[in-house]
Design a protein around this ligand. Structure first.
Ligand code: PA5
Length: 467
């Protein structure tokens, strides 16, 4: 059961020469692709890009499943504290695989698995309101932070730790906390070792946005009963395809090349991902971070200012046909659109016959929602194509662990390869770090006094420009 990449509507034959791409334009990248492939494979071989090897972790998967079974027996609520790459993978998997109303299901329908919450923000209302829906005594908190020092996650950790201590006492609060962090570095590791918290490791060299196949994504998934071994199998299946040097047979390389040409040569600097499935909508969110944080760079590897990166936008079919599509069809010619579509949804819903005499409505009867969503997606594709807008389709035979494993892995390789095309480092995020450091300065963290000074030296905002 393999996902398919249909790129017909990227081609000049379908959308015209101005916006479309010819086979020979892609072939022009053969040599460059060869070099990037060699570089990636050498780094992989040397263990410098460990995200490549994450599909092959059967032992870890066993261990996580065991822990997840045990946690499920002991707790009714599983709360993930983490942000960015430490949350988006887990959220994407939960939305993709689990029941859309998972937390509202009865215990029986959840297979007696805990309800799950991802607290990936520090909005005080969002955080404090969790106490209205959980019972602390039956809650397990998974603190996820690679660096172990992210202010958002650290402050959440302090809040829930304090609550646990006050409510349950010093004897048992530790049993309610699992940490997921670096094996050696960071304050969360230090605290974990001191407290003796149950913990899982994020391998060194795997950044947040490439960590979905580490315990970051695997533990929360296993807690809710997602088959993480099948997920890894899907990733491994895609890994086989992505090791192919032939760009026409490697969907990750090919899609990276298309996006690069669209961005650099065709001025399409916005990459829209539009799943036609609610289950896949948070994959678009996950992709948004991956594509944005990895490729949005000021400097290239030669230290020249390049300001690269496409802006990723997430949309949802059919919902955003009634919100964004007008812009995509008639607005600026600056977008490349990726549909995610599903051949076989988990349910089939028939549209019943009512108001037979009202022809403008009764034509729907006898069809299914499955047919309707497919017709609407096909129609959207046709409209965009007719208007010369580049669009492609990634087709899921079904949404399950195996196919989701494939797509996530494919986008990771695509991003790493695109880093080579742009000649930037796709694995760092200096712009985000700068923001973090300013926040530390404002809050008076030791060692960041210089950032506070920098802020204080800035021209103060003018009142007349705030109305
Ligand atoms: O992808 C990334 O590197 C970031 O989004 C991080 O995951 C995010 O900033 C959280 O960092 P940490 O896991 O160190 O708390």
């Amino acid at each position: 059961m393999e996902i398919k990449f249909d790129f017909n509507n990227f081609m000049a034959e379908f959308i015209g020469n101005k916006n479309g791409i010819s086979e020979s334009e892609v072939n022009n990248f053969k040599n460059k692709a060869k070099k990037i492939h060699k570089d990636l494979m050498e780094k992989r071989e040397k263990g410098e890009l460990p995200f490549f090897d994450l599909p092959y972790q059967d032992k870890l998967a066993e261990e996580i499943e065991k822990t997840a079974d045990d946690i499920s027996k002991r707790f009714d609520y599983f709360i993930v504290l983490g942000i960015g790459g430490s949350a988006l993978g887990g959220i994407a998997l939960h939305t993709a695989i689990n029941h859309p109303y998972y937390n509202q299901l009865s215990n029986e329908k959840r297979n007696f698995r805990p309800k799950i919450y991802f607290l990936d923000n520090i909005d005080p209302v969002f955080i404090s309101s969790i106490f209205d829906v959980i019972d602390l005594e039956k809650s397990c908190f998974n603190v996820i932070s690679k660096s172990g020092g992210t202010a958002e996650t650290a402050s959440q950790f302090l809040i829930f730790l304090n609550k646990l201590k006050n409510t349950l006492g010093n004897a048992s609060y530790k049993k309610h906390i699992i940490t997921t962090t670096d094996a050696k570095k960071g304050k969360l590791r230090e605290i974990t070792d001191k407290e003796g918290f149950l913990n899982f490791v994020i391998p060194a060299g795997v950044g947040g946005r490439f960590s979905v196949f580490t315990p970051v994504g695997l533990l929360p998934s296993a807690i809710t009963g997602i088959d993480i071994k099948e997920l890894l199998k899907g990733a491994a299946e895609m890994d086989k395809k992505c090791q192919n040097e032939n760009i026409w047979e490697n969907p990750a390389y090919l899609n990276a090349i298309f996006h690069y040409i669209f961005d650099i040569e065709k001025q399409k600097n916005i990459s829209v991902m539009m799943p036609y499935s609610n289950s896949l909508k948070d994959i678009a969110d996950w992709y948004r971070q991956l594509w944005a944080e990895s490729l949005g760079k000021k400097f290239n590897l030669k230290n020249e200012i390049v300001n690269t990166g496409q802006t990723p936008v997430k949309a949802l079919g059919v919902t955003d046909q009634h919100s964004q599509l007008q812009l995509y069809v008639e607005g600026p010619d600056d977008k490349v659109i990726t549909f995610l579509t599903v051949d076989n949804y988990k349910s089939i819903m028939e549209i019943p016959l009512e108001y037979k005499e009202i022809k403008d409505i009764s034509y729907l009867s006898g069809h299914t929602l499955n047919e309707l969503i497919k017709a609407e997606r096909d129609a959207t594709e046709l409209t965009l194509t007719k208007n010369h807008k580049p669009n492609c389709n990634i087709i899921f035979p079904e949404v399950n662990e195996y196919t989701v494993g494939q797509i996530l892995y494919m986008f990771e390789v695509q991003t790493a390869f695109a880093g080579g095309l742009y000649n930037i480092n796709p694995f760092d995020q200096p712009g985000v770090e700068e923001g973090k450091h300013f926040a530390y300065g404002i809050l008076g963290r030791k060692g960041f006094e210089h950032k506070k000074e920098e802020i204080e030296k800035r021209t103060p905002k003018k009142d007349k420009w705030v109305i």
